[in-house]
Each structure stands twice: as structure tokens, then as C-alpha cells.
Write a protein that binds this ligand. Structure first.
Ligand SMILES: Nc1ncnc2c1ncn2[C@@H]1O[C@H](COP(=O)(O)OP(=O)(O)OP(=O)(O)O)[C@@H](O)[C@H]1O
Ligand SMILES: [Mg+2]
Length: 509
């Protein structure tokens, strides 16, 4: 029996699927086993029409019992990417076409006219083929761009079933994709919607964001309405360091599986910036739902998750952010399986200090009762607060400053410093499988966060006088490491620790 290879997506990874067609004499009959019930009927119709419109005889017209089996049975096969391998397997077994299916893998949904439609997860599928030593992969032409990230195997972009059959029978040429040139990706520049240069004043906040971008630390910005918190957050993409090649692969894989790559944006080469509304549901933020799709925190992987009006988030949703913030991954359960998705993002949160927004404002009177203020601030719970690395006050900017023509601190100037600091981290962690200081585990903190004598003394005093928790202590060290990197200093000195301590969340906002 002929085996035609295809692949299924489980979570973010692809798994090999074998498609076999069994033709026996008997009454005309067509069944597909190994696919969920609902999709079987639909795919049967599509496959039949596509085969007919490619000038061949579909299973429904063939005077045989046709049973297609998708194995292994325990791999959950969803979507319509098996149309193509099913059609090929049948055509091969019914001897309507002839080719050697060895060393080949096929994916694609068929349109009724025999054309090949775009499908999700092509990037991880091509990576799987490479890993398994399958040298020829046939994918829908519409998915070609994402597949150019995979080198060393032949990936053929296919337009239609008829074209593919022509190629397999050596009557038609299809050129394999040319792998992408890494240099070209990195030289691609992006016009950012907001440049730091247009944000007046706020030197303290800009410095905090520079540190955050360098070491991928979490930030909470607190300030009155209209002080520029949202504006600052929107300028963050313009100062983030370039993604490494591995990061581009990881993130593009997430977007490939989520069906979020488009013709206009076939690869994710810039760090994602996701800003879900504070009313977002747990499933949309964390992931899950009936299809176990990655949520916003996974779409923000290696980039930024910006949550404005932070205390307005539903309590349960806020709590469910805690684990991913700690581990950089999230487990998403569904009926039969549970998937682990990556979720290593920088959390940028913004909030007012109280419901009216003017608590502690030097100019405007706060109209909230103490009770209202306490209740509002309590919403951002201790454990979440404990995962904020930089707490930044964003005060109102005076009119004179806003109208000042002087430009200080453009995004480009900041980005150059950030890139330098990140390069040091990539080099430092090249054997540790991480890229930024915020990802350091306790043993790595011990290894890489050496403080000089004055620094150690300051830290010791801080732990005793400020009652820093163990987590708080490690957080200060990681942050000070990033500040020292921006300073190109090998050891962490007292001034680095002192600056890190300034961004410590206050017990009272
Ligand atoms: N420092 C600044 N420099 C230049 N423009 C500013 C600055 N701060 C605020 N603005 C202007 O004020 C507008 C409101 O700012 P923004 O939306 O960022 O405030 P916010 O702090 O997020 O307020 P809210 O708490 O109401 O959400 C911006 O669109 C921008 O035009
Ligand atoms: Mg705002």
C-alpha cells in the first residue's frame, strides 16, 4: 500500500501523519477514517470536486470500496490541510497517477476547482520535514513566504492539484523556494508610529523604558490622565532590540499556527506589540477555548504585552497572568490534550493612581475617598506587583515643556544603546538558552550578577532596611545587571544598584 506523508499541528508543533488509501472490490463506497467527524464530510466533497475538475475520476465515481486512513489515530487532526495528501493517495492507489511518494510531504486544502488554498502551520510543518529527513515538501503557494525561513530542503510552492500531478509525473516544472537571506531581513527598516523624540519631558519614564527594552523587564506606569502613559507605551516598539534569528523563527511559528500571517506580513521580523483591551476574556488573553488557540500573551512572545487601565482587568484574568509571567510559558488545556505555548513577553502596564486619576497630584485635587483609592489600588494584587520590575511615575508635563521645541532623546539614540546592551546579554547567555537578563534563573543570577564591594554593601542595607523579599532581591539584581550593561560595566557597581532601587514598586501607589 502507498503511504503519502502529511503533518498535523498539535499546539505549536507539527507531527507526522501517514495517509493510506485502501481500494478493494465491492460496492462503491468512500470513507475517511482518522479525521474528526465534522470535517470528514466537507473534505470528501472538496476532494471529489477538486479531482473531477483536475480531469480525473473522484472516489465517489470509482467502482471500488475506497477507505482512506490517517495515522496515527491518536494524533488529533484538524483543519483541511489533508485534502491534498488524501487526494494524492487515492489517485495513486487507483493508478490514475504514478509517482514515488517516498521522501515527500504534502499539505494543503483543496478548492473545488482544484486550486490549493492557504493553510495554517506551514512553517512548523516544513521544520518537521527537515528534522525527519524528508527532503521534498509541497505546500500551497500562498504560504510560500513563511516557508522561505527553512533551509536545506526543497520546498515547492504549488498552485493546483493538476500542476502538482504534472510535476510529480515529470511533465511540469516547479521551482523550489529560495531560502531567505538573513541579512536582508535585518536590514529591513520599519517606520514607527510614535518616536520618543515627540514625547516631551518624561526623562525618568524614558530612561525606565530604555532599561526595560534592554533587559526585557516588566514596567508599570502610573500617572494622571493625559500625562502620556499610552503615548510612551506606543513608542516602545521603536526602541526594542532587533530579534535574533531564533526569535524570528519562534515568533513566526506562533503566527503561522494562529493563521495570522498574511501576504503583506508573511514573516514576523519585528517584535510583536499586543495591546488587548482590559475587558479581554481569559481565553483570548491566556489562550485556550475550543480550538486551544494561542492567546494574546503567546502572540506577544518575544515582544510587548501592553495593558492599559491595568486595574480594570478582571481579577481572575489578572491572576492567570502570574504563572506565565514567572515561567515564560503557558499551559492551555482542551478536551483531550494540553498544549504548552511560549509566552515570554515584556509586560507594560499603565494605570491612574486612583479612580479620578489625581491622587497625589501637585496641581489638581483628587475627588476620591480613601476607601475608593484603597480599593482601586488593591485590584493590582501583591503577587502581580511582585512581578513588576520597574515602577514608574509619569507626572503631568507642564505646558512650557510641552511647547518646547527642543528634541531630547530620539528613539534611534535610545535604540543604539539598547542594542549594545542586548548584544552583551546574548553573548553572556550564549550557552544558557536565554537572551535577556530578565530570564535569568537564580543560579544564573549568582553566576552573572557579581557586585563590587560598595554595591554589595548597598544591597545588604537595602535588604535589611527595605525588607526586600527574596524575589524582590533577585529582581533588583537582574535590573542592576541591565543598568550595568547599558553602562558597559562588567561588574555591578553601587550606582547601578542605587538606580535599580529607585524603580522599586512602592507599597502604596
Ligand atoms: N509628554 C508629552 N509630550 C507630548 N505630547 C504629550 C505628552 N503627554 C501627553 N501628550 C499628549 O496628550 C495626549 C494624551 O496622552 P496619553 O493618551 O498618552 O495619556 P495617558 O497618560 O495615557 O492618559 P489616560 O490616563 O487618560 O489614559 C497624547 O495623545 C499626546 O498628544
Ligand atoms: Mg492612556
Amino acid at each position: 500500500m502507498n503511504k503519502v506523508y502529511s503533518a498535523a499541528i498539535a499546539g505549536l508543533e507539527a507531527e507526522l501523519v501517514e495517509v493510506e488509501a485502501d481500494l478493494t472490490s465491492g460496492l462503491r463506497f468512500f470513507a475517511i477514517v482518522g479525521l474528526p467527524d465534522k470535517s470528514v464530510e466537507e473534505s470528501k466533497e472538496r476532494i471529489a470536486a477538486a479531482i473531477k475538475n483536475s480531469g480525473l475520476e473522484p472516489p465517489q465515481k470509482h467502482n471500488k470500496r475506497v477507505v482512506i486512513n490517517l495515522a496515527p489515530a491518536d494524533v488529533r487532526k484538524e483543519g483541511s490541510a489533508y485534502d491534498l495528501p488524501i487526494a494524492l493517495s487515492f489517485l495513486l492507489s487507483s493508478e490514475q497517477i504514478n509517482f514515488d511518494p517516498k521522501d515527500k510531504l504534502f499539505v494543503g486544502e483543496l478548492a473545488l476547482d482544484g486550486g490549493l488554498r492557504k493553510t495554517n502551520g506551514v512553517l512548523p510543518i516544513c521544520l518537521l520535514a527537515k528534522e525527519m529527513g524528508i527532503n521534498n515538501v509541497f505546500i500551497p503557494k500562498a504560504n510560500a513566504s513563511e516557508a522561505t525561513l527553512v533551509k536545506d530542503i526543497n520546498i515547492f510552492p504549488v498552485e493546483s492539484l493538476a500542476e502538482l500531478i504534472g510535476f510529480l509525473e515529470k511533465r511540469v516544472e516547479i521551482q523550489p523556494l529560495v531560502p531567505l537571506d538573513a541579512e536582508k531581513i535585518f536590514s529591513e527598516m520599519l517606520a514607527y508610529p510614535v518616536d520618543m523624540a515627540y514625547i516631551k519631558g518624561q526623562q525618568n519614564a524614558k530612561r525606565a523604558l530604555e532599561i526595560a527594552a534592554s533587559g526585557s523587564h516588566n514596567v508599570l506606569m502610573v500617572g494622571p490622565p493625559g500625562s502620556g502613559k499610552t503615548l510612551l507605551a506606543k513608542a516602545i516598539p521603536s526602541i526594542l532590540p532587533q530579534m535574533t534569528w531564533e526569535e524570528i523563527m519562534e515568533v513566526t511559528k506562533v503566527y503561522s499556527v494562529s493563521g495570522k500571517l498574511s501576504h503583506k506580513k508573511p514573516l514576523i521580523v519585528h517584535r510583536p506589540f499586543r495591546s488587548p483591551h482590559h475587558s479581554a476574556s481569559e481565553a483570548s488573553l491566556i489562550g485556550g477555548g475550543s480550538a486551544a488557540r494561542p492567546g494574546e500573551i503567546t502572540l506577544a512572545h518575544r515582544g510587548v504585552l501592553f495593558i492599559d487601565e491595568f486595574p480594570e482587568i478582571h481579577r481572575d484574568v489578572l491572576e492567570s497572568l502570574r504563572q506565565p509571567l514567572e515561567d515564560g510559558i503557558v499551559s492551555v488545556a482542551r478536551a483531550k490534550a494540553s498544549y504548552v505555548f511560549p509566552a515570554r513577553f515584556m509586560l507594560i502596564a499603565a494605570m491612574n493612581p486612583c479612580p479620578c486619576g489625581y491622587y497625589n497630584d501637585p496641581e489638581k485635587q483628587c475627588t476620591c475617598t480613601q476607601n475608593q483609592i484603597n480599593k482601586y489600588q488593591r485590584k493590582v494584587s501583591g503577587p502581580i506587583m511582585d512581578r513588576i520590575d520597574l515602577y514608574v511615575e509619569v507626572p503631568h508635563v507642564k505646558y512650557e515643556k510641552l511647547t518646547d521645541e527642543k528634541i531630547d532623546g530620539s528613539s534611534e539614540e535610545i535604540r543604539i544603546k539598547v542594542e549594545k546592551a542586548r548584544k552583551l546579554q546574548i553573548e553572556r547567555f550564549k550557552n544558557e538558552n536565554i537572551v535577556a537578563n530578565s530570564e535569568m534563573t537564580i543560579p544564573l543570577i549568582k553566576k552573572h550578577c557579581k557586585t563590587d564591594e560598595a554595591g554589595s554593601k548597598l544591597l545588604k542595607n537595602a535588604v535589611n532596611n527595605l525588607h526586600l523579599s527574596a524575589r524582590g532581591y533577585h529582581r533588583i539584581l537582574k535590573l542592576a545587571r541591565t543598568i550595568a550593561d547599558l553602562d558597559e560595566s562588567i561588574n555591578i557597581a553601587a550606582q547601578h544598584i542605587a538606580e535599580a532601587l529607585q524603580y522599586r514598586p512602592k507599597t502604596e501607589i
